[in-house]
Write a protein that binds this ligand. Sequence first.
Ligand SMILES: Nc1ncnc2c1ncn2[C@@H]1O[C@H](COP(=O)(O)OP(=O)(O)OP(=O)(O)O)[C@@H](O)[C@H]1O
Length: 307
Amino acid sequence: MASNPLIVSPVAVFGSTRIATAKSCFRRDFHFHFLLRSCFSFRKFSCLTEKTLNYDFDRRLCRDWSNPTFKVSCDLSCFQVKDVSYRPPGTQTNLLNGVNISLPEKSFGLIFGRSGSGKTTLLQLIAGLSKPTSGSIYIQRYGNDGKALQSSEELTAEKVGIVFQFPERYFVADSVLEEVIFGWPRQRGGLQLKELLASKLQKAIISVGMQGIPLDKDPHSLSGGYKRRLALAIQLVQIPDLLILDEPLAGLDWKARADVVKLLKQLKKELTLLVVSHDLKELAPLVDRSWKMEIGGVLNEEPLPAC
Ligand SMILES: Nc1ncnc2c1ncn2[C@@H]1O[C@H](COP(=O)(O)OP(=O)(O)OP(=O)(O)O)[C@@H](O)[C@H]1O
């Protein structure tokens, strides 16, 4: 773990309070996610870009990355996972075997399947937390003529937002504002570039429907649904190309679940979403493409089973 730059680099930007908090936390999972949060914030900070997501496109496109015959009517991009296999270092068994995904921009992909089949492992590869043993993960853009542009774009970690399962367990700050800006680079005397990012922060807060919540409120005192909204806002402030969510409805009551589903429906208008979930019935109305992960790490495109 020490040789992984993802883990080491954010330490340089920690405030002393955060280091103390990290040191005082001995729960392994918390510590791991705490470091990841810092890392993601730091890496993304350096490449904030406005994206032009103001065009629509045909969602039937990109259904088969290997099919050269499909046509497009405007510029678009597809998120692609091609022939990805993964074997953890030092082990003899592949957790993922020849996984393929193709998901057009601004659509909603759902991965379902049995516990332990490798769904979370796949999300971690897509988020750049581990590297595939073979295969590639990239963004493919298409020109006005419908042809794939020759060079594909690497899907770097800073282009991906990830909301882990039970994200509220990893909240570290005393206020909503601090929670959102946690991990941003700081200079002595205050936040660096705070003003530049204020509008992005405001936009993220509004997009998750948290404008009524005071920014100095303790995140731990929020309701379950608002904690999830906050976890989404943390990722959205940095405008990812792809937002991935691991079990976004887990542990919520029926009201909060309905709120989160409604929110995801809104977010889909602006973002590409890839979700792992067992809650098929509630998410079904949002789903454009779905895959089942079989034991052994084989992913097959399949419609959702009738619930
Ligand atoms: N680094 C690793 N080394 C060895 N085995 C691992 C490693 N990481 C995960 N696994 C194993 O890989 C399998 C897939 O785990 P993963 O968490 O991806 O499954 P999942 O489909 O997300 O399950 P769930 O629905 O319960 O979250 C599990 O059996 C897990 O124990």
